[in-house]
Design a protein around this ligand. Sequence first.
Ligand code: ZN
Length: 364
Amino acid sequence: MKVKEVIALLEELSPLSYSEDFDNTGLLVGDANATVSGILVTLDTLEKVVDEAIEKNCNLIVSFHPIIFSGLKKITGKTYVERVVQKAIKHDIAIFSNHTALDNSWNGVNAMICEKLRLKNRSVLMPQNETIKKLITFAPTKDAEKVRNALFAVGGGNIGNYENCSFNIEGKGSFKGNEASNPVIGKKGETHFEEETQIGITFAKHIQSNILKALFEAHPYEEVAYEITTLENQNQHLGMGMVGELEQGMEENEFLKFLKKTMKTDCVRHSALLDKPIKKVAVLGGSGAFAIDAAKNAGADAFISADFKYHDFFKAENTLLLADIGHYESEQFTKELLHSFLKKKITNFAVLLSQINTNPISYL
Ligand SMILES: [Zn+2]
């Protein structure tokens, strides 16, 4: 299996097009065509993680956080980032990162936190805009089913828990081919009217090339008439953070103890207790202060995230309980997620979980 084939598998879990604009995801170091000898999964790529990959004969590191984030001007080994990149290149080790693509995925970072906290009735905290597209095409009515099915087969027409969604209007289409044309129906130089069906479906933007490929293959005409537009609808299964409900409400102190134990953290920094039970909980793995208002608007009793600054805690405003459980701690189970996903898909070579704790923060 080649590096690019492993990446294609990972894109089933979290398409790279889900990444935020500021991010740097994808293959960061290495050759996409190299044959993979083994995969090492980590949260961060540190030098000792590259050493571990060398020792365990893994030439692909799948790292949640990208080692190269804002660019490199020199690679002389002065910083840990330069040394990691140098060492990886020297030993033919590829490094791939999916970071915010996985943050934004329905089965990503936040789903893992919800799983650990046993949150039910989940929804995305900040659904993304402009990730849903609409295709309108016109096919001869006798071929409409074939065209529809081809679009459904590549993931077109999926809305929430429903598949094969489309809207179809029958009518008459007209066309006249010029001298260079080669019409499947009608004659060149003559205006032809054909019983056609207008098919409308929506699809996720990251599958657009597959949708067009399926359309062109299934549609009988020499020239396929179609329109694609971007919708303003929010994608309910794609975006930052998640909100869900505990099976049963918990008293605040009890909840904080449960949080500390479940998320295996040595320190929970939290805002003032409000003397009300916690039932609805918003979560966002990593730095999540930007989502405090979204958590309030979602009616969450508590918001669990990391990297809150002093002034962020004031934003609780006696409305909800803010809890900072640590950046590494909030994302630690992401390693397990990537590891178990790849292990299920790959059986012919090793997919290993890095044994190195890459958390740069310790508590006294
Ligand atoms: Zn992070």
